[in-house]
Write a protein that binds this ligand. Structure first.
Ligand code: GDP
Ligand code: MG
Length: 201
């Protein structure tokens, strides 16, 4: 069994210039608002409230940095995209901060793209996948809320999404339920495998 690494919230930065300066590898989490990003981070780290979860989507506007494993690497919670009730200008700013991060972050070793297992790739996620490809980022997908489908539908969805996502460049596609904390070990194994070989791509 995996021993859960220690985790500590460091800061929220509006941009890369104000990001923490320690030269550590970064694993970033991206996805639509409400897809279950904060829940996944909390669940993976076995912490109830490390990352702020919310019933009101669109709250996390900043790059949130968490120091993991007593100073070994960072988790970066990227702003959730695609929240319809946010004014157009703000949405644009968020997209810019995500794009700036994907383009310029020097120690980004892995992007974890979260997709709702019931919906898979939406048009906005397509834009994210294109950006990941343009900036040559290594990425994997996590299919969230896997508890929302019955066994047969879940298997079918995993199979369909996996084929598409691997063809689009994902190095792995793994289902997860933050409700039941199901799926932790394979995700951590991916993280450790990437962290052992730290080159950005
Ligand atoms: N059933 C179920 N609900 C989830 C799961 N993960 C997140 N949620 C719910 O989805 C909503 C959004 O979650 P949150 O983690 O705040 O999403 P974020 O906006 O991507 O950070 C919350 O009401 C969560 O309780 C999951 O694995 N299963
Ligand atoms: Mg969140």
């Amino acid at each position: 069994m995996l021993k859960t690494p220690e985790a500590e919230f460091i800061c929220s930065s509006p941009n890369l210039a104000q990001a923490p300066r320690r030269p550590l590898p970064e694993i970033a989490f991206a996805g639509r608002s409400n897809v279950g990003k904060s829940s996944l981070i909390n669940s993976l780290l076995n912490r109830q409230k490390l990352a702020l979860t919310s019933r009101t989507p669109g709250k996390t506007r900043l790059l949130n940095y968490y120091l993991i494993g007593r100073g070994k690497y960072y988790f970066v919670d990227l702003p959730g995209y695609g929240f319809a009730r946010v004014p157009g200008k703000t949405q644009h700013e968020w997209a810019e901060s995500i794009e700036e991060y994907l383009r310029d972050s020097v120690r980004l070793v892995l992007v974890v793209l979260l997709l709702d297992i019931r919906h898979g790739l939406t048009p906005l996620d397509e834009q994210m996948v294109n950006a990941l490809s343009v900036y040559h980022r290594r990425w994997m997908a996590v299919l969230t809320k896997s508890d929302q489908l019955g066994t047969a539908d879940r298997q079918k969805a995993i199979q369909e999404h996996t084929g598409l996502l691997i063809s689009r460049g994902a190095r792995a596609v793994l289902p997860y339920s933050s409700l039941h904390h199901e799926g932790r070990e394979p995700i951590w194994r991916e993280f450790f495998s990437v962290l052992e070989n730290k080159s950005p791509m």
